[in-house]
Write a protein that binds this ligand. Sequence first.
Ligand code: 2AM
Ligand code: CA
Length: 262
Amino acid sequence: MRLNSPQINLITKACMKASRSLIRDFGEIENLQVSSKGPGDFVTSADKRTEKILLEELQKAHPDYGVITEETGIINKSNTKNRWIIDPIDGTFNFMNGIPQFAISIGYEEDNEIKCGVIFNPIMNELFCAEKGNGAYLNNSRIRVSNKKNIKDALIVTGGPKGSSKIKDKIFSEYINVSNNVSNVRKFGSAALDVAYVACGRFDGYWQRELNYWDIAAGIIILKEAGGYVDFFEEDKNLPLKKNILASNSIIHEELRDLINK
Ligand code: 2AM
Ligand code: CA
């Protein structure tokens, strides 16, 4: 692999370290599913434990960097020059149900632009990473988006609506529009991995509303460096961490946008 900035090395190392306890925790899930209490509290503590390890590793190297995390929130708020964006377990429902489709996701921002990122599925042992200007990788192989040109042949992935969504009807109607005009639509339950899968050509496009920035921050640079295109729609300036994402191999981007807006 030819990525060698100090930041990519640091986030990769932190990911590998945190993943060791996360793999152990995942192994416990099966036992907890049959217990009367269920795995809910355990998953919350696995999430917190993972985040704690990541924070320890990253803050040891750069105590002054800003951090946005799912569990803790914002740390060193005034530092927007250097910032880590962390989701300790993306795909929490999958994790809770013993489904190995979840990931640790860490992005690194300089002056509000993502410079590098890592998305690691510790169960499949798939590490997606990228650094601005130096390409995107899955483990040691360079990755690239698909070459699919015709949206009718495209395999698209999406997610949501979440249980509390107030726009479920809108999301379902978008789903129908897209489904009727592409080869097929999947729902895999981890936004970070959904973007990574577009980056390596497994899917041709992805859209999802009502995400948080930490779900997809690392994915942005991985997809761009793999030749894809990503943008956000219907942004709310008062809620900069809330995101509606559209990501694709770039060729089908406008057609996918038209299907969502139909
Ligand atoms: P999470 O697993 O870290 O919560 C599932 O469609 C994707 O949407 C996951 O990446 C999930 O991240 C994300 N997501 C964000 N907010 C969510 C919510 N309130 N409920 C379910 N999934 C959510
Ligand atoms: Ca998430």
